[in-house]
Design a protein around this ligand. Structure first.
Ligand SMILES: C[S@@+](CC[C@H](N)C(=O)[O-])C[C@H]1O[C@@H](n2cnc3c(N)ncnc32)[C@H](O)[C@@H]1O
Length: 283
């Protein structure tokens, strides 16, 4: 039976992608929405029916409830974060960038939902399990990307550059690297930044979040993710990313979160000038 299998596919890190899809579906349903993702609800419906199916493995309904609870706790900051990343993509593409790599793309659908020039080459990288769920749902929904889209199933804490090259990535072209919410250890985060640097032609752009998530929320998210097969825990990543990038051939600028949201119709501020995004350009 297909349904119980879905709950197994979505175990582990991919569960966090589901949480963000719940957030995007809720945002899309608002009249004052910051963006519209018509596929978010489709993912949520597909996952919810699998987790709440009486034939699903024991504990599935409880897992789904925790996904929704966590989505509620992360909602305000994450949904504004999606909009900020959308605006960043618009800026990058508007500035002429024609190659975008979404690191840990999850269930995001920017190549489908954003008005991108068709000559853009967009690469979605995520764990194979995420695409095992994502691609059939998009196909059933009849979704068609507006630009070139390439799916790259790979583990970003291991070797992934070959898979990206095989998907058609061109390192001689300037690239925009987008990464939202990937949980990596410090060593893996440095290895990731090293590979990104090696693959980045001059003029490439990289946005690195400097976040502060409440301890309780991070603990619960890690617990949800750790219960699955794949276990990229310790979301601490690269807290000194700005210095690392500056020392490795990037020009960096830090923009605080509160500064970035000042122009949005919904202001969810942090009051902490240390939280924000490092915007880097490869020199
Ligand atoms: C919090 S979700 C965010 C997803 C997406 N960026 C969004 O905003 O909707 C984190 C994503 O990172 C992916 N991820 C976590 N560890 C990964 C790894 N080692 N390699 C590839 N993807 C990973 C998860 O599968 C998940 O889709």
């Amino acid at each position: 039976m297909a349904t119980p299998k879905l709950t197994q596919i979505l175990a582990g890190a991919s569960m966090s992608a589901l949480g963000v899809a719940v957030i995007r579906a809720q945002e899309t349903a608002r009249t004052d929405r910051l963006y519209a993702d018509p596929y978010a609800q489709v993912f949520v419906d597909a996952a919810r029916s699998a987790f709440l199916d009486p034939a699903a493995p024991a504990g599935s309904a409880d897992t789904w409830e925790r996904v929704e609870t966590l989505a509620g706790r992360f909602y305000e900051g994450r949904t504004v974060g999606v909009r900020l990343a959308d605006d960043r993509v618009r800026d990058w593409v508007g500035a002429g960038c024609r190659q975008v790599v979404d690191l840990g793309a999850g269930l995001d659908t920017r190549p489908f939902r954003m008005d991108l020039p068709e000559e853009v080459s967009w690469f979605d990288i995520d764990l194979p399990a995420t695409f095992e769920f994502k691609e059939p749902v998009l196909e059933r929904a009849g979704a068609a990307p507006r630009c070139g889209r390439h799916v790259v199933p790979a583990d970003l804490s291991g070797e992934w550059a070959n898979a990206l090259a095989e998907a058609g990535f061109r390192p001689e072209e300037p690239t925009a690297w987008l990464g939202e919410g990937i949980s990596l250890s410090r060593d893996s985060a440095i290895a990731l930044a090293t590979t990104i640097t090696a693959l980045s032609a001059p003029g490439s752009r990289y946005a690195l979040d400097r976040l502060a998530v409440a301890e309780r929320d991070m603990r619960d998210l890690e617990r949800l993710v750790r219960e699955g097969r794949s276990t990229p825990v310790s979301a601490r990543g690269l807290p000194d990313g700005e210095r690392w990038l500056a020392e490795h051939g990037w020009r960096t600028e830090f923009r605080s979160w509160d500064d970035l949201v000042a122009g949005l119709p919904r202001r969810w501020t942090t009051g902490n000038p240390e939280i924000g995004v490092v915007l880097a350009v490869r020199v």
